[in-house]
Structure formats: C-alpha cells, structure tokens
Design a protein around this ligand. Structure first.
Ligand code: PGA
Length: 250
C-alpha cells in the first residue's frame, strides 16, 4: 500500500522562485520513496509552473468553485481539471472559519470535483470548544453526512477524508495517536453504514494537524491513517524531506 501525503502550502511561499525551489526539493527526495503518493497543493497562481511530470507526485489545489460564470475571483473545478490537477482540498477549516463556507457549499464543491474526475480531499474536524464539550463525533457525523450528501457509492470511493481537529492545526499541539485511531474507526463505520464494507475499504482516511517528522509515523502506524495532510512542515525543506524519509522507512 502507498501512503497518501498531501502538502498544503496554504497562502505560501511568498514568491514563485521559492515555490519552484521547494518543489525541486520534493522531487529529489521522492526519487528514493517507494511507498508514497505525494500530492502538492500550491496556491493557484503557482500551479501551472510546477506542472512537470514526475513519478508519484501529483498536483492539487486548495479550493474550487462549483460552476463557471460571473463569480469574480473564483476558479471552477472544470478549469482546475483542464490545467492538470488531480486533487482538490475542500472544506478546510480555514475556509469554513474565515470564509464562512457551509456544509451545503462544501457538498456542491465535492460534487463538482467528482463530476470533473478529480479526487476531493474533504476536510472535517471539531474545534477546541466542540472537543471540550464532547461534540467531536457529532460534528464529524454532521460534516460527513452533509458534505457527502447525495453522492452515490460509485463516486464515494474516490473521496479522501482528511480528519483535522482544528485545535491541532498549526498549533504544534499534536493529537494523541490512540485517540486519532478511535476517530478513524468512527469515520470508517459511518462510511460502512451508509455505503457498505466494500466501498468503505476504498475510502482513504488521512490525518492532519501539526504533523512533523517526529509524529508522522505514529499517525500512520498507531492511528492507522492512510496518509497525512501537512501544512506548516511542508514549507520547510529539511523537515519535509525528513517526513518523507520517515514514511519511506515504514
Ligand atoms: P499544519 O496544517 O500541518 O500546519 O497543522 C495542516 C492543515 O491545515 O492542513
């Protein structure tokens, strides 16, 4: 099996030269990685300049819009597909919080990504307050139920679910791998109940939130995640190379 590692650059780095340099470092390290499919999600503006064919490195973007037309500033799934992307991050907590994206909009985006034959990476996860109030499972159930509403079994197997507890994103507060395994099992059960065991086997569940070279392997081994969504550490050349080396050692 290959682990799915997603590098989410967010609104970084500050210029194109740095983006290209970072990508070169990834390429060099990936030459020796046998068990990783790496998805690089740069800002839209850098995307086309990183479009070199390279074994086991795929390109993705961090958001999309679900139709074309008079929507200033938006980029549609159809456009993204036509530029060669394979993956689209949808419903990242920063988009849910800062840009007030709702589960209903997120569902439209997931559908448009699937309709354009790309893989949506649907982000889900509870806030600090929700965790303290014991609402983790309830929040996840709602986000999955609404985010994947009216998506049939055939399409669901192409969805990647990224569990990212908001309190662990960019905070350095790494979540306990054993607890993350419980959440993974819960998510699997939800998919299993709705779509059956065979389909749920195909749906990848990955973890995100302050992943680094020290904790990555515990999320892949102890939590049994299928991969990781990595923000901050994906911008640090040495640290990200170390992450790839660690995963390759599994
Ligand atoms: P982080 O970000 O690795 O910096 O916590 C993860 C994410 O937001 O996808």
């Amino acid at each position: 099996m290959k682990y799915l590692i997603i590098a989410n650059w967010k609104c970084n780095p500050g210029n194109e030269r740095q983006a290209k340099q970072l990508f070169q470092v990834y390429k060099k390290q990936m030459r020796s990685c046998k068990n990783i499919n790496l998805v690089v999600c740069p800002p839209f503006i850098f995307f086309s300049n990183l479009k070199e064919k390279f074994k086991n490195i795929f390109l993705g973007v961090q958001d999309c819009f679900y139709k074309e037309g008079a929507f200033t500033g938006e980029v549609s799934s159809q456009m993204i597909k036509s530029c060669g992307a394979n993956y689209v991050i949808i419903g990242h907590s920063e988009r849910r919080n800062i840009f007030k994206e709702t589960d209903e909009e997120i569902n439209k985006k997931v559908k448009s990504v699937l309709d354009n034959k790309m893989t949506p990476i649907l982000c889900i996860g509870e806030s600090e307050k929700q965790r303290e109030e014991g609402e983790t499972f309830e929040v996840i159930k709602r986000q999955i139920g609404e985010g994947l509403d009216k998506i049939n079994r055939d399409k669901i197997k192409n969805v990647v679910l990224a569990y990212e507890p908001i309190w662990a994103i960019g905070t350095g507060e790494s979540a306990e791998p054993e607890k993350m395994q419980e959440v993974k099992i819960f998510i699997k059960k939800l998919i299993n109940n709705k779509y059956g065991a065979k389909t749920s086997e195909l749906v990848k569940i990955i973890y995100g939130g302050s992943v680094d070279s020290n904790n990555i392997n515990s999320y892949l081994s102890t939590s049994q995640m299928d991969g990781a969504l990595i923000g901050g550490a994906s911008l640090k050349k040495d640290e990200f190379s170390n992450i790839l080396k660690k995963v390759n050692s599994l």
